[in-house]
Design a protein around this ligand. Sequence first.
Ligand code: COA
Length: 324
Amino acid sequence: MTRARILGTGSYLPEKVVTNHDIEKLVDTSDNWIRERTGIYERRVVAESQVCGDLALVAAQRALESAGVSGSDIDLVIVATCTPDNIFPSTASVLQSRLDIQPGAPSFDVSAACSGFIYALGIADKFVRSGAAKRPLVVGSETMTRILDWDDRGTCVLFGDGAGAVVLEASENEDGIISSHLHSDGSFESLLYVPWGPGRGFSALDDKSGYIRMRGNEVFKVAVNTLTRIVEESLESAQVDKSEIDWLIPHQANIRIIQATAKKLELPMDRVVVTVGEHGNTSAASVPIALDTAVKDGRIKRGELLLMEAFGGGFTWGSALVRY
Ligand code: COA
């Protein structure tokens, strides 16, 4: 059976570091409060001249390098983002040209908020399984700080910018994406949303409508319950026991949500990749950044079983079980 295996990974975080102490100067909060409630102590913020595609480019170049392939070897480009450079062309199309990826290869963006990368990975896997692609590039890239209200302490402490990427390749072996599971429930729109988009026209844009709004406490509860269910679904569908999971690579939104999922899997925290402290919630970029971090520092080894999961605005949620 053909599967998509992970050939290489890459990531990029912008240089500028904003600590909790920096945010204490903007809103009524404290380093202690943010650390205790979220596990975050700093995040990266894009330079004024950078856009989502710039972050995606570096992460993708690093993934291509680690895969030992070049842009011309790629036959599908998917970028997961909710903060694209342009309305169109898609960030993926811009990336296609900048990386000299085969002209004619399909390229498109996926919008599923923080679950975007898992969605993009699942879609790429289906392209590979159907024979429609052999070597996809899948990127999660976000400039979340551009849609943050820096006067709102309930959201501005949580998010950061970054990008992560994987190069996939069709494989006939046992390794690769064993199963992926994608879900959404649009009835939760009012808990986490940005109330403006270009289709509303610029006259509908006031100075706050382009920013994230969230009922954090309610989001937290649904996230914990939903992620517990998706973990069960992934294990059941692949007939895998939780004891077989080597690494949990969760969406990096909040250390307490991550701990709750690890507890469900009875997985000690040293088998969970946690990067939320250094970069906060980078939305669609968070899972591939965490994956790349643990691959590059040697924790994740070939042959190990990985469970990736994410939850985000929509609500959307998903998981992927991968033999690395
Ligand atoms: N600093 C200090 N106090 C803050 C604060 C901040 N940055 N943000 C909120 N508070 C206050 C609230 O105003 C509230 O005060 P009150 O009791 O006087 O009304 C109090 O802290 C408790 O607020 P609450 O929202 O219940 O806190 P919480 O324990 O739920 O933590 C979050 C808030 C946002 C950290 C938490 O709900 C969370 O992480 N939710 C999930 C968010 C998320 O992951 N979203 C993305 C999903 S992909």
